[in-house]
Design a protein around this ligand. Structure first.
Ligand code: NAP
Ligand code: GCO
Length: 264
């Protein structure tokens, strides 16, 4: 009996997966048996990603594609279906953040974050669902955030996008569950990646960044997450083990959302 967590004979597209969380998730899906395809925004990043997968002993085919470009995404999905196969698993991972006080943020910057972090998951999901329906089902995993549930200073666009992504996840689950498509969110806590590097940079006196200390104090696990912490939950949401899990946001945050915080 194949494992409930086997992804053998499945094709998985992970967006923005040359490094960071996307790379870790794609690696886990590959180790569970999936064939990996990924995209990134330029050829250099795609080549960097393909080299990294090869060094990890994995095969992954990379494509250059800006996930906010609907025509480019349609071409990407067509090319993947011709060259690799129908996409069984989609991980909408590509994302950006802009940390600026809202009253100082330009509308253009706000729109850019919404475009990558919310509009693009819609665009890519819309492109892969028709073939999933024809094939008899599929898995969509949207990478949400603590900011799908909480706000904080300077991340208004990102929180609006990730909050919207939570509801887009629930709506895709509602609209396409009848076709055996499960759409769920994976909500990482604070994870050590290039995106959060500015929040962890050591101070001149060698002390940890105040935000670094703050996050550790707000996390029952008393540490930042690593991309490896996300691998098991991602395989679960991509596998038959989660066939009756739909519209759920699985938070992988070390307990941040459960914790009121240590008494001063
Ligand atoms: P990251 O290190 O910044 O990587 C994001 C990836 O997405 C990069 O490869 C980036 O390429 C790519 N990308 C950005 N815009 C794109 C576009 N328009 N088209 C195609 N690819 C694009 O971020 P990360 O920390 O790994 O985060 C990955 C996802 O997890 C994001 O959705 C993020 O919001 C989410 N998340 C992160 C954390 C965390 O603590 N790190 C926690 C919760 C959720 P470039 O290098 O060209 O930008
Ligand atoms: C920030 C961080 C967070 C993380 C993540 C938390 O500036 O607050 O970048 O937003 O990226 O989304 O789950």
């Amino acid at each position: 009996m194949p494992s409930l967590f086997s992804l053998e004979n499945k094709t998985a597209l992970v967006t923005g997966a040359s490094y960071g969380i996307g790379f870790a998730i794609a690696t886990a899906l590959a180790n569970a048996g999936a064939s990996i395809v990924f995209n990134d925004i330029n050829q250099d990043l795609v080549e960097k990603g393909e080299k990294a997968y090869k060094e990890a002993g994995l095969t992954a085919k990379g494509y250059v594609c800006d996930v906010t470009d609907e025509a480019a995404v349609a071409d990407l999905v067509k090319k993947i279906e011709e060259e690799v196969g129908v996409i069984d698993i989609l991980v909408n991972n590509a994302g950006i953040i802009r940390r600026t006080p809202m009253t100082e943020m330009s509308a253009a910057d706000f729109r850019k974050v919404i475009d990558v972090d919310l509009n693009a998951p819609f665009i890519v999901a819309k492109a892969v669902i028709p073939s999933m329906i024809k094939k008899g089902g599929g898995k969509i995993i949207n990478i949400c955030s603590m900011m799908s549930e909480l706000g904080r200073e300077t991340v208004s666009a990102y929180a609006a996008a990730k909050g919207g992504l939570k509801m887009l996840t629930k709506n895709i689950a509602s609209e396409y569950g009848q076709y055996n498509i499960q759409c769920n969110g994976l909500g990482p806590g604070y994870i050590e990646t290039p995106q959060t590097a500015p929040l962890r940079v050591r101070q001149e006196n060698g002390s940890r960044h105040p935000f670094d200390q703050f996050i550790v104090s707000k996390t029952p696990a008393e540490r930042w997450g690593t991309t490896a912490d996300l691998q098991g939950p991602a395989v679960f949401l991509a596998s038959p083990a989660s066939d009756f899990v739909n519209g759920h946001i699985l938070y992988v945050d070390g307990g941040i959302l459960a914790y009121i915080g240590k008494q001063p």
